[in-house]
Design a binder for this molecule. Sequence first.
Ligand SMILES: Nc1ncnc2c1ncn2[C@@H]1O[C@H](COP(=O)(O)OP(=O)(O)OP(=O)(O)O)[C@@H](O)[C@H]1O
Length: 303
Amino acid sequence: MIVAEQLTKRFGDKTAVDDVSFTVRPGKVTGFLGPNGAGKSTTMRMIVGLDRPTSGSVTVGGARYATLRSPLTEVGVLLDAKAVHTGRTARDHLRAMAATHGLGRSRVDEVIELTGIGSVAGKRAGKFSLGMGQRLGIAAALLGDPHTLILDEPVNGLDPEGVRWVRQFVRHLASEGRTVLLSSHLMSEMAQTADHVIVLGRGRVLADAPLSDLVRAWTTTTLVVRSPRLTELTNALAGPDITVTAVEPGAASVTGTAAVAVGDLAASLGIPLHELSPRSGSLEDAYLALTGDAVEYKTKEIS
Ligand SMILES: Nc1ncnc2c1ncn2[C@@H]1O[C@H](COP(=O)(O)OP(=O)(O)OP(=O)(O)O)[C@@H](O)[C@H]1O
């Protein structure tokens, strides 16, 4: 479990993280989202003691990271996959890390196997592709078999097979009861990976909720209605909160009412329905609605 309490970090007059409190729970994948510059990396760096909070505190498994006797066995961290000794082979890099914690060579072989880098483990890490580097970073995070994992953009640069591997892998780790905090800018990927999301914007927590609740709260469900007597049905539906938009002849999208209401109305009027399907918004829709005012670098709308 990771617990942040009123965490604040200032760099000069820039407040990167502003009075942030949250709890990341075990047994789930928690997505950490936010526009560029929102404060995600700074928060992750404070969790693992690389940045010192200006005020507030953050603990992992009840203790501050700096006080952990054997951090690798408590928290696995992937913050910057390029932070390796480029002249060492991947295997030697992992062995050097393992040696600092008295972990045996067999554990190094295990994480090499787990992350699928066996065929390149004898190559110098500096020669690794971005994808292999990410896998090596994940292997390093797993070395001590920690109960908490903090992964900053772990799918960055991975090919589709690698992205799917990370998704299945982190879900598996969470299913074993571990705490997993994961950042990514890929909303479609996050939607498939995370159970819970924390969204930062301009250093503050904008949302901290189960993914499905967030999507429900920040998007509109649209009903696709298809009927041979559509006009009759939409006329009967009309109301101040209801919007009907024609999709194609005989079909319309309707917002502002529920499928059950449309179905019951159609039945009461004896109007046949050929389709009545709710289309939920996506995590990306919810995220964009939520962070709209918190984006530092705005782009011009393309119409
Ligand atoms: N060492 C530093 N010195 C000064 N400002 C910093 C430093 N580190 C981060 N910042 C600033 O703090 C803010 C938060 O940065 P941070 O990297 O935590 O955001 P982020 O959410 O991880 O962004 P991204 O998605 O782009 O990685 C930014 O405005 C950034 O410029």
